[in-house]
Design a protein around this ligand. Sequence first.
Ligand SMILES: C[S@@+](CC[C@H](N)C(=O)[O-])C[C@H]1O[C@@H](n2cnc3c(N)ncnc32)[C@H](O)[C@@H]1O
Length: 379
Amino acid sequence: MIVGRWFIEERWDLGKLVTFIPNKKLPIYSWFYFKEGFSRDFVHMMLDIFKTSKDSKIIDPFVGSGTTLLACKERGIDCVGVDIAPLAVFVSQTKTADYDIEKLKENARKLFQEKFEKPDLSQVSQYVKKFFAKPSLEDIIFFRERIRMIEDPAVKNFFTLALMNAAMKVSYAYKDGAVLKVVEKPVPPFRKFFKRIIKKMIKDLKKMSFKPCSIEVYLGDARKMDFLEDEEFDVVVTSPPYLNKIEYTKVYRIEYELFFEKIKIDPVRSYIGLNPKNVVDYFPELNLPEAAKAYFHDMKIVLEEIWRVLRVGGRVAMVVAGGVFPDRVVDSDILLAELAEDLGFRVDRIIGVNKRVATTKRVIKIGEARESILLLTKL
Ligand SMILES: C[S@@+](CC[C@H](N)C(=O)[O-])C[C@H]1O[C@@H](n2cnc3c(N)ncnc32)[C@H](O)[C@@H]1O
């Protein structure tokens, strides 16, 4: 398909690979359900296309649930992940840590030997309380406090993630797009359920085999990765937040309130394209909606940072999607390709992998929002 001066390869068969769905069945990859994530197989496909080896160094500046890191760990390739969301950093660190299985088992035994004492729920907000039956919430807070006393940080994170999963499974929370709804349902006894999740996670660790390498995760902003050296990386595999899509912090409010009480999330810093100051409109001829102008303003800065940390000849795979607005669809793949080219990247391929008909008022077709993989080379 030709759009303007660009050739878009049509590989609708690859659509599933850029979703989290294939990860749902995989050990460790599935430890946190991240709707906005891509799959292990996508990362492996990109690592193959880019002919990476054990000597390569990879970065994912929007690491999300850590899929890029974990795939690199399977191959023994050094990888760095960056994310602005503390929850994403926590999940990525926990999924990629090295564990002593006997130590985990020992801690699990101790945890379940503890005698239950009713915890104080006064610090839990009314908002969070709506999503739980009282006995479940009491169990969750009881275990949370016990887990906080574990000294080894990796072990502590492991049990916190298990608890978070168990908590969300027994909650009445239903993630409906970017909104959390209360949907009451019968819930299983918490302890039994929590125990089962821990057992499964330990089993997962035995199922996977990893090769030695360095995996680092930073809490940081892809627009300003000043903790990373120039030309440090060979390959970028990533997917930034999509234009005009999902507000990440809101759907994870329960996890944040229960497990990261001290962190106050600053929404302005949490996304790409939300209220940057002095927005430069890179496409004045298109008369883009304000949100799109702000998005491309920020993404240009991200591309500059990617340029800086990549070595000459370094490669980029970036999954992006078109933004749907009331009057039109904005082709993010093409506009990002234009920005990348202006910076000196070569646009090697634009591969369309998903398309969704966009309508206004559910009747009038206004266009097709395309999800694509953008492949670039730093010249
Ligand atoms: C589409 S998700 C990435 C999903 C990831 N590929 C995966 O498979 O899990 C985008 C991620 O970017 C993060 N993010 C948003 N703004 C950011 C910024 N300015 N710097 C770094 N990360 C950011 C979000 O917290 C989210 O985790």
